[in-house]
Design a protein around this ligand. Structure first.
Ligand code: G1P
Length: 289
């Protein structure tokens, strides 16, 4: 108990909100500035000390495997042309290990996590939904792991959302003590006006392996899918589950507007692009017409 060694990355969704871009290529490969969405999740895990990944994929997701594979010819070309910075950039994740599992049917997030069971075994593990992009400078996963180490209990990330958006998230009911929520109940995508709070589950979880038994038993819930939230609801009846309200910025890059916001924010922070992009924005918005 204690060490979290693996992150499960569900990546089997159809990405319908980004059609036509996602017709034949994975939503997880959409580039935010200069890296695909899923790479942000991988780098966030590595910063928190996790270097093994279980990616749940589906049809048309091969590009994800290629992206995290070594690219021998490209590496040789960069070496021979002295492009050392670029070479370092494309090889910096080569030490991480990746396993890929196909989710054969699109039965929902809970089912996707259940597919990881044979690879995760008896250990607690992290889950990152790469749609939710967290401020790369905010050590959320590290905080979650440290709470898990203290409590040996599942930990999920939470954020307050406006009342008219509760129906897009898993919503929790709980008690706040010393900055941490002890979660009493969880509801997946409650109708507006019927949510127990406006504290939404954000796509970061530390899960204990007993969640698999609950995932195997839950019936299809919201949207007719096997929901991770429903399994956690059933687990919360048996053991404590904690929630950490996030402090850094979070972008819902699973939606076009959130994706654009993340692009602007991360571009402005890029040492290479930030100053020129800020100048462009100043000219665009501050120059009198
Ligand atoms: C999933 C979860 C939901 C959570 C959300 C966070 O929903 O089922 O509980 O609040 O991620 O992004 P999805 O966005 O896949 O519909």
């Amino acid at each position: 108990m204690g060490v979290i060694r693996k992150t499960v990355l569900p990546a089997a969704g159809l990405g319908t909100r980004f059609l036509p871009a996602t017709k034949a290529s994975p939503k997880e490969m959409l580039p935010l500035v200069d890296k695909p969405l899923i790479q942000y999740a991988v780098e966030e895990s590595i910063l928190a000390g996790i270097e093994e990944f279980v990616v749940i994929t589906g049809k048309d997701k091969r590009a994800i495997e290629d992206h995290f594979d070594s690219a021998f010819m490209l590496e040789e070309r960069l070496k021979s042309t002295g492009k050392d910075k670029m070479l370092a950039e494309i090889t910096k994740l080569n030490h991480a290990s990746f396993a890929y599992i196909r989710q054969r049917q699109a039965l929902g997030l809970g089912h996707a996590i259940l597919c990881a069971r044979p690879f995760v075994g008896d250990e607690a593990f992290a889950v990152i939904l790469s749609d939710d992009v967290i401020d790369p400078d905010y050590p959320l996963l590290r905080k979650m792991i440290s709470l898990y180490k203290k409590t040996a209990s599942p930990v999920i990330a939470l954020e307050e959302v406006p009342d008219d958006r509760v129906n897009r998230y898993g919503i929790v009911d709980g008690e706040l003590a010393d900055g941490v929520f002890e979660i009493r109940d969880l509801v997946e995508k409650p109708p507006i006006g019927r949510a127990p709070s406006n504290l939404a589950i954000i796509g970061r979880y530390i899960l204990t392996q007993d969640v698999f038994d609950h995932l195997a038993k839950v019936k299809p819930g919201a949207g007719g899918e096997i929901q991770l939230t429903d399994a956690l609801r059933s687990l919360a009846k048996k053991r404590p589950i904690f929630g950490i309200p996030i402090k850094g910025k979070r972008f819902d890059a699973g939606e076009k507007l959130g994706f654009l916001e993340a692009t602007v924010e991360l571009s402005l922070r890029s040492p290479e692009l930030g100053p020129a992009f800020a100048e462009y924005l100043r000219k665009r918005f501050c120059t009198p017409a």
